[in-house]
Design a protein around this ligand. Sequence first.
Ligand code: PLP
Length: 381
Amino acid sequence: MRFATRALHTGQNPDQPTGSIMPPIYQTSTFKQQSEEKNSSYEYGRASNPTRIILEQNLASLEDAKHGVAFASGMSATDGILRALRPGDHIIASRDIYGGNYRYLKEVLAPMGIQVIFVDPNNIDALEEALTPQTKVIWIESPTNPLIRIVNISEIAECAHSAGATLVVDNTFASPYLQQPLALGADVVLHSTTKYLGGHSDLIGGFVCTNNEEWADHLRFQVKCVGAIPGPMDCFLVCRGVKTLHVRMERHCANARKIADFLDHHPKIVHVNYPGLESNPGYTVAKKQMKDFGGMMSAVFRTSSSQETRRILYALKVFTFAESLGGVESLIGHPATMSHGALTVEEREDLGVCDGLVRISVGIEDVNDLIEDLDQALRKI
Ligand SMILES: *Cc1c(COP(=O)(O)O)cnc(C)c1O
């Protein structure tokens, strides 16, 4: 079956006893043990829940993965993966990653005696130089946050495997509709389902999938043992969101392309980061490894301070000035004072997160309203 059909149907056969078209929300903590013959595989809700299993089967099918494990949030999914590391192990991470993952690596993992090394994932020589026999994991995202850079996943997979390391790809920004990292050589793929998979800014959730049995056992054990599980209602909401993923993504991409073009020609814009622009350094790789260029972009406003940039964002009427991404509504954020606010000025500048940088999650509104809104706000610079 093809992607759109799997998105609607995999794991979601009509409920056996009732014929309910929608998956039931099994809002229960425990399951009656009936007899040795009749017992289901369910015992206790932390270990397993039928609504969660439906979600896991559904999302795994979208990444063509054998195993999928749902978590309470994207961050607990990160934590679930990285609890496989032991003191003395090394992890190499892209320096240009989601702020929460950056903080997790620096503030949670490093103090546990795991060496965290940040590299530019587009500098393959630097990556190879950073590899050691202790390197257990390479961690990347593509497109990256907040500069929307494209990282060549198959090239890094080769590099990781030559050193016996696991490649983890955070696929949140692309969604499985646009990019399937396992097919490009990744070993483990992570999503914050809070974003495009849920798609409606109404839940927090995470998901990890893999074809590797050892990683699958590790992840299931973490869920059962640590208990960072999503509730049945949130699992249901992700399932509902996923049914329209392919339709939403097409509109996100179409709107983003038009907005990128508009901003690219605007006198109050210094620079646009969108892989769909032919001038973007990631254009060729994006074309190869993605189905389309996505709904995320960032741009540098011709402003002179963070304060002035924020003033322009407050003036927007259709875009909402808010953290997060991937919902049907357009959101715009200011990385220097939001996701990257905890970094020192030097760290921020080193990453290219300047005061004028804004990150845009293009929604599925009428694109003309979005463009007019940006235009009226940019006039205030
Ligand atoms: C949001 C996000 C996360 C963290 O997910 P939560 O659901 O907020 O915990 C991880 N990676 C990326 C790329 C994200 O955008």
